[in-house]
Design a protein around this ligand. Structure first.
Ligand code: 5RP
Length: 263
């Protein structure tokens, strides 16, 4: 592997554990000021010391994150739709590679919408992004977006992840599902999971535990961290599971202790 690419990927997926805790705060690119991210700076700042990388758009990066904080950046570079759009899959590339280099990012991220009306457009956009990013050793994260009416099962998600890897993505973000091992085993690049909609803290920790136990390289979690009643407690608890082999109960105690101010 190209030295620069390997170095950038190693800053995200930590070589000592082979895993990563990515903090996803890119939701505003189609959801606007969603719950918990009304003031991104306020939300992000206390979580920075506990995240292995930050996934966000250039707008939030420039305006809400200090350039003096040396956190690896995964820059979302796809978009063009909003929650009000009739078809969410109608995305394109929003940010150039030149801009990504100027922002000193480790990876760029783009959503693919397999089985959706704009499937081809998003898959070709991924391929083009890989062509451009490869020239500079920047990693590409493919996000397997799931249409409203689609089943999030192993058959569908393994199709999405495998296509993303075949087109050149260096790592893939997808959803946890039953028989998740099949998704990981049929994907030749690292797989991280999204947290999805906010659920109870213990359930979110169980999700992270199940994912890494079944081969995920970690999480790229957003709402289940920043919409928690203790975001710092949650990210610390998720870290314990991902990097320190903590059980769900041990991790939950970390969350509770932080929430009660005992830390
Ligand atoms: C949508 C995304 C999200 O914006 C986000 O990164 C998802 O994170 P979470 O589900 O954990 O809130 O990638 O496709």
């Amino acid at each position: 592997m190209d030295w620069g690419l390997e170095n950038r990927l190693s800053r995200i997926i930590k070589p000592d554990t082979g895993r990563t805790v990515m903090l996803a705060v890119d939701h505003g690119y189609f959801l606007g000021p969603t719950t918990g991210l009304e003031n991104p700076k306020k939300t992000i700042e206390p979580l920075l010391p506990y995240a292995d990388s930050l996934m966000l758009t250039r707008g939030v990066l420039r305006n809400s994150v200090s350039a003096k904080f040396a956190i690896p950046i995964v820059l979302r570079v796809s978009g063009g739709t909003s929650i009000l759009s009739p078809e969410l899959s109608n995305e394109g590339i929003t940010t150039s590679i030149k801009e990504a280099i100027r922002l000193n990012v480790c990876a760029v991220a783009l959503s693919i919408f397999v089985g959706s009306p704009y499937e081809q457009q998003t898959l070709l956009a991924l391929s083009e992004l890989v062509n451009q990013a490869n020239e500079y050793g920047i990693a590409v994260l493919a996000v397997t977006a799931v249409g409203r009416d689609m089943a999030r099962d192993a058959k569908y998600l393994s199709l999405c992840c495998r296509i993303a890897a075949e087109l050149g993505a260096h790592f893939v973000k997808t959803y946890y599902c039953e028989d998740f091992k099949r998704v990981v085993d049929t994907c030749p690049v690292p797989v991280v999971i999204a947290g999805g909609k906010k659920i109870a803290e213990k359930d979110a920790l169980q999700l992270a535990y199940n994912a890494v136990s079944n081969g995920a390289s970690g999480v790229d979690m957003g709402r289940n961290i920043f919409q928690s009643d203790s975001p710092v407690g949650m990210i610390k608890a998720v870290r314990a599971i991902v990097h320190n082999q903590a059980s769900v109960d041990e991790a939950y105690r970390i969350y509770e202790a932080e929430k009660q101010g005992k830390v």
